[in-house]
Ligand binder design. Structure first.
Ligand SMILES: [Zn+2]
Length: 99
């Protein structure tokens, strides 16, 4: 609880339990450049073939038409696969991570 409280305070997220069943990473992906949370957006929402979900810094487009934070987006599938890879590495090396 203390760790979560500190996380919420440091990153200015409303609350950590914002994540839902179809959006596990909400408020948990933090921008390495500016420290703001990333949000999930749908690109090409009208074109089914090119439609994809990406995660992008919430400070990227604060003012419409102007780029804010310069950090790049990450594809939803890449984020999920990266999480799975890291999670599996932790499980395989759990003695190292459990203290
Ligand atoms: Zn950022």
């Amino acid at each position: 609880m203390e760790r979560r409280k500190v996380f919420v305070e440091i990153y200015g997220v409303y609350k950590l339990n914002y994540a839902t069943l179809d959006n596990h990473f909400a408020r948990r992906v933090i921008c390495g450049s500016c420290g703001s949370p990333f949000g999930r957006k749908v690109w090409n929402s009208t074109n089914e073939i090119h439609r994809r979900s990406v995660w992008i810094c919430n400070k990227r487009y604060v003012v419409k038409g102007e780029k804010g934070c310069q950090n790049r987006h990450i594809d939803d599938k890449v984020l999920y696969q990266t999480f799975i890879n890291i999670f599996n590495a932790i499980i395989e090396n759990k003695d190292y991570f459990i203290y």
